[in-house]
Every structure is written in structure tokens, then in C-alpha cells.
Design a protein around this ligand. Structure first.
Ligand code: PXG
Length: 460
């Protein structure tokens, strides 16, 4: 009790939280997470909560992995820090680069390390423009991204992202970035079949390229499945059509794998699930299961060859690019994923199991769609199940459901009125059952709080 109050007072006085209404949180007080094990977090009030979001889409191996702690400890004792500037490097950075290139799609054979996903996407922006300049096409500057995309919170990350509320804060964005429709069928495409809608989104990309002039467009950046946008799984027609458009106009493909990478979709990378051949790939989060901060850009041969052969010095880098302790933890994380067959288990067992259990929530009166792929999923909350009509935004039903879910012992994330899950990849079938049960209970309570009557079977 004292710990909770003490921390809340200090938190309110001195700590500005990310993506937070500071005043509202100050009035409410934050939840103090004290420790965690497996797929559960614990708070200072003694609650145990199933972490349906793997921290923030990152704790893929779950909490309490002593081997990751040991890897960090050993590395910090031996060499806690040294940089990769000025013709030096160290064993963890080199070994991690090699390991990543073995796991990634075949054409990606180089890594530029960063401290986060945002820094990775900043690096991407500078790298693609540099690439085209070196190829003698400096006018190829435009990067096309998608509405409602999340690519980070640095200035380049916000600019690449397509989130209107973020664009509205903090002044001018990086010029030369355009946005096209996202393949969000439930939210924006229900007047067409999913297949047709996927093709329409690819056509919108082509139209934007022609509007900007193909000679001016450097790259297209997208997540295989949008995470923070609301676990948006594109229609099957989308990626094959997008690939054709990019090839037709010789535009680089940048795949942001910050969430989809490292097993989330049941393959090492979402690019492999969708059969994409990225020119560049952003990585972070699951690379270290979130135990230490590390990210990077994997660079395909086409771009790397030009940067290496024609580029001279690339004036870009971060103090913590390839930090030895972070790299050592990432290496151990990848080793454990391989020895435990984590990715295969998501593909063959847990992903299909979640799809079946999570899919049953589609019968709930509040749910317009229940979708999942691998271990990422979403529920679309609707006011009218038959028509799929949404709730009035001012009701903030998603946030209500999220708060109820937390109180019920499950972390679900709300994105508007979409409820999103992305649990640790080591969750068991029994824990998936628990997750789905808690989600249903939270939906029931949300409906009750909204004054909706539920049929018998749903209130049980
Ligand atoms: N790309 C993608 C696809 C992401 O999801 C980033 C880049 C930026 O990574 P860093 O490491 O700089 O945070 C992300 C991060 C949310 C939420 O509320 C999601 C992210 C970050 C913060 C909040 O879902 N994703």
C-alpha cells in the first residue's frame, strides 16, 4: 500500500509518461508493476495480470528468463560498452549481425544497428534517399507510407507514420512523405469483398506513385500486419498486388518488422509469411524480447552494394548502435528461440489454436469481427452486430473495455474500439484458454456497463 502511494506521488511529481494525458493520469494515479514471470505481470497491490500484450509487443520469450539475465551480466563484466565507430567492433555485434542474416530473407546480408525501432526507421529514411542519390537519381526522394501506420515517435518516425493525432503535434513533419489507404477491411472496406478491397488499396498505391511521378518515388514502407494501428491483417490479395506495383515502377520495399519480426506471425519475419523480398527491413522489440533496447535495419544486397561501392562515409550512427550487452542478450534470445522451436510452435500449434479460440468471441454481441494471425489478434467492438455500426467515439468504449480487462486480470490494448492482443510467444494452450475467458468476461462487463442486455449464454 505504502509503495503504491509513495510511487504514485513521485510519479505524478516528476515523471512524464509516453503517450499519456499527463493531467488525467496525475488525477488517477498509475499502476505500479513490480515483477513478472512467464506470461504474468504483478502489481504493487498484489494483482497478477496475464500480459496479453507481451509488454509492448516485445517480451516474446516471456518474463524471468535467467539465461538472458546471465548473457547481459557476462557481457557487462567483460565489455559493458564499446562503440562500432572509427574502425572498431566487438564480438557480440558481429555475431549478432551474422545470426540475423542467416535468419532473414536471403537477399538481406547486412545489418545497421540502432537503439530502437524509431531510430531504425530514421535510418531507413536517410538510407533510401542516400541510395537513390548515389544511383544518380537524387530526385527520387518521396517515401510512401500508409494512413494509420505506426513507425515510431522520432520526427522521421512520426512523419512516416500515418497517425493524424501525432501529425497534429510538434510542428512541421519531414517533407517528401505521402500516405495511402491502409488495407483495413473491417474499418474502411466493407462495401467491397476483402479480396476486391485488397486490390483497391494496391491501386491507390499505384495512383499515388503516378501522382507524385514514378521518377520521384524512392520507397514504400509498411508493416506486414499493422500492429499499433489495430492488428490489421491485410486481405490475401493485398501483398501480391503491392509487390507487382512496386516492381513495375522500381520502388524500394521497406518492411517494418518491429512487431511482426521474430515469430509473431509464425515465421521468423512477416516478410517470409507474405513472401516479400524487402530491400530494407526495420527490426527491434522481439529481437531481444525487450530485455534490453536494441533495433536495427537489415539491408538488402542492392542497397548495401551501392552504399559500400559508391558511398564513401555514411554520416549516420548512434552511440548505442550494436551495444555489446544488448547484442549479447539479443543473441541469447535468438538462440533460445531456435533451441525451443518457438517460431515453429507459433506456426503449427499456438497460432491455429488461438485462431480457433479467439474466433469464438465473434459470437459475442459486442464483437463485429474477431481476427488473428499467428499470435496477434483483434476484436472489433460494434454497437450493432447486424450492421457492424460503430459506437459513438465519445463513449470511448475501447478504453472502457481495456480498463475492465485490466481489472479482470488481462492486459488487452485498445486502439479506438479495436481490442488488440499480442501475447508472449511462449504462452501455453491453457493460458490461451485463460486469456480468451478473461476477454469474454471483460466483453460481458463492458456490455453491462453500456446498459446492453446480454443473452443467457453470454453472461455465464
Ligand atoms: N515500427 C513499428 C511497427 C512499431 O510498432 C516502432 C516502429 C518504433 O519502435 P520504438 O522501439 O522506437 O518504440 C514501433 C513501436 C502501441 C505502441 O501503443 C507501439 C509501439 C511503440 C509504442 C506504443 O501499440 N511500437
Amino acid at each position: 500500500m505504502t509503495l503504491t502511494l509513495d510511487m504514485q506521488v513521485l510519479d505524478r511529481a516528476h515523471h512524464l509518461h509516453p503517450f499519456t494525458d499527463f493531467k488525467a493520469l496525475g488525477e488517477e494515479g498509475s499502476r505500479i508493476v513490480t515483477h513478472a514471470d512467464g506470461v504474468y505481470i504483478h502489481d504493487s497491490e498484489g494483482h497478477r495480470i496475464l500480459d496479453g500484450m507481451a509488454g509492448l509487443w516485445c517480451v516474446n520469450l516471456g518474463y524471468g528468463r535467467q539465461a538472458l539475465v546471465d548473457a547481459a551480466t557476462r557481457q557487462m563484466q567483460e565489455l559493458p560498452y564499446y562503440n562500432n565507430f572509427f574502425k572498431t567492433t566487438h564480438v557480440p555485434a558481429v555475431t549478432l549481425a551474422d545470426t540475423l542474416c542467416r535468419l532473414a530473407p536471403a537477399s538481406l546480408n547486412r545489418v545497421f544497428f540502432t537503439g530502437s525501432g524509431s531510430e531504425a526507421n530514421d535510418t531507413v529514411l536517410r538510407m533510401v534517399r542516400r541510395y537513390w542519390a548515389l544511383e544518380g537519381k537524387p530526385e527520387k526522394q518521396w517515401v510512401i507510407a500508409r494512413d494509420n501506420a505506426y513507425h515510431g515517435s522520432t520526427v522521421a518516425g512520426v512523419s512516416l507514420g500515418g497517425m493524424a493525432p501525432m501529425h497534429g503535434q510538434g510542428g512541421p513533419l519531414v517533407p517528401g512523405i505521402a500516405h495511402v489507404a491502409q488495407p483495413y477491411w473491417f474499418g474502411e472496406g466493407r462495401d467491397q469483398s476483402p479480396f476486391e478491397f485488397g486490390l483497391s488499396c494496391a491501386s491507390a498505391l499505384e495512383a499515388k506513385i503516378l501522382e507524385l511521378g514514378e521518377e520521384n518515388v524512392a520507397a514504400f514502407i509498411a508493416e506486414p500486419v499493422q500492429g499499433a494501428g489495430g492488428a490489421i491483417i491485410p486481405p490475401d490479395s493485398y501483398w501480391p498486388a503491392v509487390k507487382k506495383v512496386l516492381a513495375k515502377y522500381d520502388i524500394l520495399l521497406v518492411v517494418d518488422e518491429v512487431i511482426c519480426g521474430f515469430g509473431r506471425l509464425g515465421e521468423w519475419f512477416g516478410s517470409q509469411y507474405y513472401d516479400l523480398e524487402p530491400d530494407l527491413m526495420s527490426i527491434a522489440k522481439g529481437l531481444s524480447s525487450g530485455y534490453l533496447p536494441i533495433g536495427g535495419v537489415m539491408v538488402g544486397n542492392r542497397v548495401a552494394d551501392t552504399l559500400i561501392d559508391k558511398g564513401g562515409e555514411f554520416f549516420h550512427g548512434f552511440t548505442y548502435s550494436g551495444h555489446p550487452a544488448c547484442a549479447a542478450v539479443a543473441l541469447k534470445n535468438l538462440e533460445i528461440m531456435q533451441t525451443e522451436g518457438v517460431v515453429e510452435r507459433v506456426r503449427d500449434d499456438l497460432g491455429p489454436y488461438l485462431k480457433a479460440c479467439w474466433g469464438e468471441l465473434a459470437d459475442h454481441p459486442l464483437v463485429g469481427e474477431a481476427r488473428s494471425l499467428g499470435l496477434i489478434g483483434a476484436l472489433e467492438l460494434v454497437a450493432d452486430k447486424a450492421s457492424g455500426e460503430r459506437f459513438d467515439k465519445s463513449l470511448a468504449v475501447g478504453n472502457l473495455c481495456r480498463d475492465i480487462s485490466f481489472a479482470n486480470g488481462l492486459v488487452m490494448r485498445s486502439v479506438g474500439d479495436s481490442m488488440v492482443i499480442s501475447p508472449p510467444l511462449v504462452i501455453s494452450r491453457a493460458q490461451i484458454d485463460e486469456l480468451v475467458l478473461l476477454a469474454r468476461r471483460s466483453l460481458d462487463e463492458t456490455a453491462r456497463r453500456l446498459g446492453l442486455s446480454l443473452q443467457e449464454e453470454h453472461t455465464a
